[in-house]
Design a protein around this ligand. Structure first.
Ligand SMILES: [Zn+2]
Ligand SMILES: [Zn+2]
Length: 388
């Protein structure tokens, strides 16, 4: 199977060259990441490729933390030059400063060690006060490992990864049954994923899943880990494994929460996206036909997820090589309607809007091409093998 390399950033879709388009490629996106559809894609990223036992070992934690901090500080150097830490007011001489959230200007710049200490103290305080593990204040304290206290947005990229190592280093000495240790593993897995260290994220997430299963953890927690794991498989181009997991997560949410619950609806769209990536368009369409009406009723016509589901459905129509003219027309009208709503509700710059608009152009092109019937599918298949 031919593969094309790319390192596509989040945001607007990359332009598809006319050659690739002629060879039957198109693009699909999920959570702001773009994928070439028509052939499976993997993106090469650095990873240690260590087994989980080694990656999570007590002996390495300090070294891996320091390395992750150094990477984050280097990446943020331009942004933080001449600034001070908003927590300790110190400069970035020894430890180095970072910023990896939505803060702008002079706001949000800090040492990783200060961010970590802030989160650790909040958790200590909340743990002392908490009545049970579902305590809201405890939840809020834990979020400080992942979300900036100033702008309330997720840390991203290498900063998220450095905080993941800081978190793991803080709690790895606790007992395996301790939820803090399990949660630290989630934070580390997410951080490794955010920094595109997919192989390492996979090791950590698999270890976390088997540990939670062994301990008989709540089904919600297990499904959340499986969702993260499926995203990692997808990002590694292991689409069959991603699909199997997403199918399982979808079925279990359906059983656990019913078809109208937000978690089930989200899992349905994830599952359909995976079907699309494997070109199993008929199954994706049938799944979404049943679900979109539920989403419209429960979430509303202008909800981001409803719009994304309709986009996924339209993709399953126009990307299908066996699409009829009626299918292509339905795809275009679906995307036109979704675009109108998205522009009004989310605005023109929102990723959902730009992605819908991009697919509308592709669907219109597919519609035009099918009109003059100039496509020769067998010739395209031969050409496609030459792609590197
Ligand atoms: Zn500081
Ligand atoms: Zn911030």
């Amino acid at each position: 199977m031919a593969r094309a390399r790319h390192g596509t950033p989040r945001g607007r879709p990359p332009l598809l060259s006319p050659e690739l388009r002629q060879q039957g490629w198109s693009m699909q996106s999920e959570e702001g990441e773009w994928y070439y559809v028509g052939r499976v894609i993997t993106r090469d990223r650095p990873s240690r490729g260590w087994p989980a036992a080694q990656l999570l070992g007590r002996d390495q934690a300090d070294e891996l933390y320091k390395e992750a901090v150094a990477v984050a500080v280097a990446k943020c150097a331009k942004d933080t030059a001449g600034q001070t830490c908003y927590i300790c007011y110190g400069e970035g001489d020894e430890d180095g400063l970072v910023r990896g959230c939505a803060c702008r200007g002079e706001s949000g710049i800090a040492h990783i060690s200060c961010l970590a200490e802030q989160a650790r103290r909040l958790v200590v305080h909340a743990e002392a006060e908490a009545r049970d593990l579902d305590d809201d204040a405890l939840d809020a304290a834990w979020k400080r490992w992942c979300i900036c206290g100033l702008c309330e947005q997720d840390y991203h990229g290498v900063v998220s990864c450095a905080l993941g190592w800081a978190c793991w280093k803080t709690y790895l000495g606790r007992r395996e049954e301790d939820e803090a240790r399990n949660f630290a593993m989630t934070v580390l897995g997410n951080g490794l994923y955010a920094a595109n260290y997919y192989e390492d994220a996979l090791s950590v997430q698999k270890a976390e899943l088997s540990m939670r299963q062994r301990l008989g953890d709540a089904e919600d927690n297990i499904l959340a880990v499986q969702t993260n794991l499926a995203n990692t498989y997808r990002s590694l181009g292991r689409l069959e494994e991603a699909l199997r997991l997403r199918q399982e997560v979808y079925s279990r949410y359906l059983k656990l929460n019913g078809k109208e619950h937000g978690s089930t609806l989200l899992a349905t769209n994830n599952y359909a996206v995976s079907l699309n990536l494997l070109e199993r368009f008929e199954e994706a369409r049938s799944l979404l036909r049943r679900t979109i009406s539920v989403a419209r009723r429960v979430l509303g016509e202008s909800h981001d997820l409803t719009l994304n589901m309709r986009k996924t459905y339209a993709i399953a129509l126009y990307c299908d090589k066996g699409a009829t003219l009626d299918d292509l027309r339905e795809s275009v009208t679906t995307l036109e309607d979704a675009k109108r709503i998205a522009r009004r509700v989310l605005g023109g710059e929102h990723p959902t809007t730009t992605e819908i608009e991009w697919h509308l152009q592709e669907a219109l092109r597919a519609h035009e091409t099918s009109d003059d019937e100039t496509l020769d599918v067998s010739a395209q298949e031969d050409d496609a093998d030459d792609i590197e």
